[in-house]
Design a protein. Structure first.
Length: 144
């Protein structure tokens, strides 16, 4: 059954489904095969794996661009509708609106793109000799 999916047409369908964001189980369902079979075929047929990767890459770029827009803010147009005398909805005006930058998107972006500077975990280097002096009132105790 794999031969029909390894044709130019079959690979194009798989790429298109992956572009729409379908996951492995959904792809295998559309292909009429078991999910484990799809996994095996990806190992056996590099062109199948490449078709899925190419489709997913498109969606990944879309999400990346959306994330960047959310992080930096953007403007968009919104149509305002009203009913005319015939009861039909018609556009009466177009408004330009602004979306403010999203702090959560900025944090996510910076942690992933500049992790050395923006990581949550701070590593503290200790240059300790190994000897600690503890003073308890008039008593002094040394520990090694």
């Amino acid at each position: 059954k794999h031969t029909e999916w390894l044709t130019e047409e079959g690979l194009a369908k798989i790429t298109a489904w992956a572009e729409k964001g379908l996951i492995g189980k959904q792809l295998s369902h559309n292909m009429g095969i078991n999910h484990s079979t799809l996994f095996d075929w990806q190992k056996r047929f590099p062109q199948l794996l490449e078709a899925i990767k190419n489709g997913r890459r498109v969606k990944d770029y879309e999400v990346e661009n959306s994330m960047l827009q959310r992080a930096t803010g953007y403007q968009y147009e919104e149509d305002v509708y009203e009913r005319n005398d015939d009861g039909e909805l018609v556009i009466v005006k177009r408004i330009v609106k602004s979306q403010a930058p999203d702090v959560a998107a900025q944090i996510f972006w910076l942690k992933n793109r500049q992790s050395d500077t923006w990581k949550d975990k701070v590593e503290v280097k200790s240059e300790h000799s190994g000897t600690i002096k503890v003073e308890l009132g008039e008593m002094t105790k040394w520990s090694n």
